[in-house]
Design a protein around this ligand. Structure first.
Ligand SMILES: Cc1cc2nc3c(=O)[nH]c(=O)nc-3n(C[C@H](O)[C@H](O)[C@H](O)COP(=O)(O)O)c2cc1C
Length: 222
């Protein structure tokens, strides 16, 4: 599956079938996690066959069932931790989608299981991403218009529109889509988060979608 297809097909999935992730897929995911942890200075950990995190009131209230695998999105405390968690987490989400797995970013609807992963004293668990074989493929979320979240001085280049459209397909907390993309100085893109719950994680997520669809050679970030 092409990555653009993964962007279009991905929806949050909260119900999973009782099937362990194939060992070769775990290996592929762990190899990518090692690479992205290095690049993003993170400590993301894949937790498998651990059902306790989603065996709680919050998860039941959020209608999660059958979740026993997840990514613990851990990193050293810093001002840009949320954004990096979003960016590299969404990279993993789209690769998982390409491998036939389903996902859901989860900030609230789970409980911390301290023995399942490591958090050093100077680190923080930002959120988790549920992972597995979905009972469904989820459904499309309501989408804001390109004009509502993007600004360009003059005519909007096709690559910029493609990037914003892909950003609008991305997961955001409570589907808030509180982000803005502005094209300045020809090919400089300024991406900003609005105020809201997890909006800096959202910003990292939407920037990953934007980069993939707009083409990294077409612009640079402000
Ligand atoms: C940072 C973040 C935190 C989220 N937290 C939760 C959560 O606690 N519970 C939940 O059910 N969904 C959660 N979601 C999933 C969003 O509700 C979902 O992405 C959004 O409604 C858009 O739907 P889609 O992912 O199917 O496109 C979260 C998403 C993000 C990006």
């Amino acid at each position: 599956m092409e990555i653009i297809e993964a962007i279009r097909n991905r929806h949050s999935v909260r119900q999973y079938i009782d099937k362990s992730i194939e060992p070769e897929e775990i290996e592929r995911l762990n190899a990518l996690i090692t690479r992205l942890n290095e690049e993003g200075k993170l400590n993301i950990q894949l937790v498998t066959d651990e059902p306790k995190a989603f065996d709680c009131m919050m998860a039941r209230y959020g209608k999660f069932t059958g979740v026993k695998n997840y990514l613990a999105m851990v990193g050293k405390k810093s001002d840009d931790l949320d954004r990096r968690v979003g960016y590299y987490g969404e990279w993993l989400v789209l690769e998982a989608q390409r491998m036939g797995l389903n996902t859901c970013w989860v900030g609230m609807s789970y409980k911390k299981v301290p023995e399942a992963f490591r958090i050093e004293d100077d680190e923080k668990l930002v959120c988790v991403i549920a992972l597995g074989y979905g009972a469904t493929q989820g459904s499309a979320h309501k989408i804001k218009s390109v004009e509502k979240v993007a600004r360009v001085n003059g005519e909007m280049p096709e690559w910029f529109r493609r990037g914003v459209e892909a950003a609008l397909l991305a997961p955001t907390a409570v589907n808030q889509q509180k982000f803005r993309f502005e094209l300045t100085d020809g090919n400089v893109v300024d991406a900003r988060a609005g105020l809201g719950f997890y909006s800096k994680v959202d910003l990292g997520i939407v920037c990953y979608h934007f980069e993939v669809a707009a083409g990294r050679d077409n612009f640079r970030w402000k």
